[in-house]
Design a protein around this ligand. Structure first.
Ligand SMILES: Cc1cc2nc3c(=O)[nH]c(=O)nc-3n(C[C@H](O)[C@H](O)[C@H](O)COP(=O)(O)O)c2cc1C
Length: 301
């Protein structure tokens, strides 16, 4: 089919992927998302120990998206193993999102959660002390974590990057040097909202990460910069809610897109985005490979 694609070492029936942390805590819900048309699904980020996450409220809705500070709640790799097995019944690739504070913790989780079709390393969550972007803003640590997981597993390793840096390119290069099969850009942007009646920050954790339509232009620029700099594929994520958003990410250089916040509005997004991409390609008489990175080939006169 026209929209079958290769994304970071995996063959997908279409280029839409469920993003980490959204409807990804149980095997049953991952299967449901797959049945709604996703080309692949990413699990909630899983760590070494059970973690409750931050106090409520942990998510608020804004006009242009969401701010969340879940705090990486998860049951730990041992408890999640069975959910992964259930998710695999979905018949699409299942990517395990994993986190840790050190290369050793990452390899412990990867070893303890066998059977995933790929591993996505969360070095980008902006609201979990000691984890996520606290690792992912240090290129040496990103390289060491990637290298350690690559040496542990036999399937593709994707590294999910934070936009909360001055320049995302050196972090992408560090992932590439560590042996990553793809980078995923972006995780949420550091953000906060305050209740003006009380003066209190709204989220239990006071601040969190912004997602949804508001972050799309930031994500498109990150994908554009990474595509220009790296030799490995880039997977785009951040504010995709329709087929046109997906096409824009591909023109910036993404080989596939992950979708998170938009799933809260409509779980049918994967099917409508895939169909929209397919119709667009038909109208333009093009193939996916023609649009991936197209914006780089447009040189101003
Ligand atoms: C409620 C919520 C939970 C999330 N949890 C995770 C997570 O566990 N691991 C991770 O890497 N990203 C997590 N993310 C980030 C998303 O995967 C995605 O990178 C981000 O939301 C931007 O995409 P979107 O605008 O399509 O939501 C979470 C996002 C939301 C909204």
């Amino acid at each position: 089919m026209k929209i079958t694609c290769n994304a970071g070492g995996l063959t997908l029936k279409n280029p839409t992927i469920l993003a980490a942390g959204v409807l990804g805590t149980t095997g049953a819900s991952l299967k449901r998302v797959a049945s709604m048309g996703a080309g692949a699904v990413v699990t909630k980020s899983i760590g070494t120990e059970p973690k409750l996450g931050h106090h409520n409220p942990s998510m608020i809705r804004l006009e242009e998206g969401y701010i969340n500070a879940m705090g990486l709640p998860n049951p730990s790799y041992g408890e999640f193993r069975q959910e992964l097995e259930i998710a695999k019944e979905a018949g699409v690739p299942v990517i395990a999102s994993i986190f840790g504070a050190t290369p050793e913790e990452f390899t412990t989780v990867a070893n303890g959660l066998p059977g995933a079709d790929a591993y996505e390393l969360n070095v980008s969550c902006p609201h979990a002390k000691g984890y996520g972007m606290q690792c992912g803003t240090d290129p040496e640590l990103v390289k060491a974590i990637t290298k350690a997981v690559k040496a542990t597993v036999k399937v593709p390793v994707w590294v999910k990057l934070t936009p909360n840096v001055t320049d995302i390119k050196p972090i992408g290069l560090a992932a590439q040097e560590g042996g990553a099969d793809a980078v995923v850009a972006i995780n949420t942007l550091k953000a906060m909202a305050i209740d003006i009646n009380t003066g209190w920050p709204i989220l239990g954790n006071r601040s969190g990460g912004l997602s949804g339509p508001a972050v799309k232009p930031v994500a498109v620029k990150c994908v554009y910069d990474l595509y220009e700099t790296l030799d490995i594929p880039v997977i785009g994520v951040g504010g995709v809610s329709n087929w046109a958003d997906a096409i824009e990410f591909m023109m910036a250089g993404a080989c596939a897109v992950e979708i998170g916040s938009a799933v809260y509005e409509d779980i049918g997004t994967f099917a409508s985005v895939s169909m929209g991409i397919s119709d667009y390609l038909d109208r333009k008489n093009m193939q996916l490979k023609d649009i991936i990175g197209m914006a780089h080939r447009r040189v101003k006169q």
